[in-house]
Design a protein around this ligand. Structure first.
Ligand code: BTN
Length: 332
């Protein structure tokens, strides 16, 4: 079978480039057929670099994330979070909420190779194909009151930006409150879910879920996402090691589980503001079936969005759907 032959040829080449022309000559097929076989292999989770004038080289077989591979990327000195790595789950957030009810400790992390029911805000589907992305949830048992927890999502956005900058030399922007953007397209979504004790309003736990598009090719996104989603591989022009990015992210998130979170607030809040592309933009704020148009003015100390509406009134928004004109095809 051609796909297997292409794979064998790439494997034999020991990580060196082999041109499409050479492969097509060796295998007696067209270059287009070689290209199609390479795309198929990428969709199966093989990491293959393609370069103009050089051809293809196999970086790694479908890498399964394991506890060991994450630990080894973190390095020997690092302290590992209680960590569970799953082949497949409905949603790492849902899985971790089940663990939280059974008493899992603050700082527990769940990672999955794929999610069959990955979720975003407003129960939107978060596309989570095997081997391509990072689907990670972190359990926190915070002492902050529920109305102050916007900062968890905001801090997480900064932590993901820092980790991406370290490992990929790319600088994403933040769409308030929970999306990371590269080149005007969505790269990452964050979903923070809380469990509250109804009598007291005390936060029992928070689960912060992070989904990053890492090694998808643009044509691997479903049609409804292809114009609005991107991946690190597309932006960097090379495959990205998920383990290295997870290690950088866990190191950044450690600040949140430690006391440095509050002490470092002025610093990370200023990074959030600098990266936030929502500020100064025309926005629509949708809540409870109502939609209001205005301009995003600033991010306050609790990471809420300050908006001036068309009637001149100013509101601090900390929930609801905020669309930015020109982003994801939104035109008010
Ligand atoms: C959004 O786009 O609104 C947020 C997407 C959050 C996706 C992550 S992937 C890991 C965790 N598990 C989920 O089901 N969702 C979050």
């Amino acid at each position: 079978m051609l796909k297997q032959d292409v794979l064998n040829a790439l494997t034999k080449n020991n990580g060196q480039f082999v041109s499409g022309q050479e492969l097509s000559g060796q295998l007696g097929v067209s270059r287009a057929a070689v290209c199609k076989a390479v795309k198929f292999l990428c969709a199966q989770g093989y990491v293959i670099e393609s370069r103009t004038n050089k051809g293809y080289r196999l970086i790694s077989p479908p890498a399964r994330l394991t506890r060991e591979s994450v630990a080894s990327a973190l390095g020997s000195g690092a302290q590992l979070h209680p960590l569970e790595v799953l082949d497949s789950t409905d949603s790492t957030n849902t899985h971790l909420k089940r663990m939280a009810l059974e008493g899992a400790p603050h700082g527990t992390v769940v990672l999955a190779e794929q999610q069959t029911g990955g979720r975003g805000r407003f129960d939107r589907v978060f596309h989570s194909p095997p081997g391509k992305g990072i689907y990670l949830s972190l359990l926190l048992r915070p002492t902050l009151p529920a109305n102050k927890l916007m900062v968890l999502t905001a801090f997480t956005a900064v932590a993901v930006c820092r980790a991406i900058e370290q490992t990929c030399a790319l600088r994403p922007q933040i769409k308030w409150t929970n999306d990371l953007i590269l080149g005007g397209k969505k790269l990452c979504g964050i979903l923070t879910e809380l469990s509250l004790e109804s009598e007291t309003g005390r936060v029992q736990y928070a689960v912060v879920g992070i989904g990053i598009n890492v090694n998808q090719e643009s044509e691997e996104f479903p049609p409804e996402l292809s114009s609005i989603a991107t991946s690190l591989k597309s932006a960097a022009g090379r495959p990205i090691s998920r383990e290295a990015l997870i290690a950088a992210l866990l190191t950044q998130l450690d600040e949140m589980t430690a006391s440095a979170f509050e002490a470092g607030r002025a610093q990370w809040l200023s990074e959030y503001r600098a990266a936030c592309m929502t500020i100064g933009q025309a926005v629509s704020v949708q809540r409870g079936g109502q939609k209001r148009l205005g301009t995003a003015l600033s991010i306050d100390e609790d990471a809420a969005l300050v908006v001036r509406y068309e009637d001149g009134s100013v509101e601090t928004v900390n929930s609801g759907e905020v669309s930015v004109r020109g982003l994801y095809g939104y035109a008010p």
